[in-house]
Design a protein around this ligand. Sequence first.
Ligand code: 5GP
Ligand code: ZN
Length: 142
Amino acid sequence: MDDCIFCDILAGQAEASFVAGDERVVAFADILPIGEGHTLVIPRRHAIGLHDLDPEDGAAMFRLGQRIAAAQRRLGLAEGVNLFLADGVVAGQEVFHAHLHVLPRQDGDALTLSVDYAPAPSRDALDTTAARLRDALEHTGG
Ligand code: 5GP
Ligand code: ZN
């Protein structure tokens, strides 16, 4: 894919500090880490986001992310871990080659995830939304 920094990394045309890889996915250090060990896992096959990501590549991304999280903990780089994938601009995506962040978390680190919650919805509202999603899943073969 033209103009994709992660495809350039995969092609050896841009630098990266590699952590692991297999036939489907590659992991390397984030260039601007939230903490030591912050790693990105990407599919070898270019996909922009969840809509065009091969589900088997997605499964491989999660599998490798889980192993990297365990390694971060073993090394003492993480007391906890967030797995994070930004799908779309509004979700914070800045690089449009799908990637899973494996975020090593330490007490008092620089990352904050904050939510300004609306009042909790009623059970009826939750049921209605769940039914809409069930229906949508049925009609997409999901
Ligand atoms: P996003 O906001 O799209 O989920 O995150 C993109 C991530 O890619 C950021 O954390 C950013 O630091 C990282 N990144 C951007 N360009 C490069 C690069 O050229 N090399 C590496 N290793 N990471 C990059
Ligand atoms: Zn790409």
